[in-house]
Design a protein. Structure first.
Length: 88
């Protein structure tokens, strides 16, 4: 099992424990450390929850990630991700 698989399992477990989209994304960022970026975010959330790529492409604009010039709020991030938070 590689590091990414371990993180995916931890994200699934966090959801089962009642964590929301924002908390799960911050957990992914924490666990991946310097390896965290747009690609690893998309990969983790696709593997853990089967979230469609267009949703994740929009979600990567979340202000807490700090990528790019366009940012979305916690509320918009939560609204994008939450409907998909079911273990894949």
């Amino acid at each position: 099992m590689n590091e990414l698989d371990i993180v995916v399992d931890e994200l699934k477990a966090a959801h089962v424990d009642g964590k929301g989209a924002v908390e799960i994304a911050l957990l992914a960022k924490e666990k991946l450390g310097s390896g965290f970026g747009a690609i690893s975010f998309i990969t983790c959330f696709r593997l853990a929850f089967g979230i469609p790529l267009p949703v994740l492409q929009r979600a990567q604009a979340w202000e807490r990630f700090g990528w790019g010039n366009v940012h979305i709020s916690d509320e918009e991030f939560d609204g994008l991700i939450t409907p998909w938070l079911t273990p894949a």
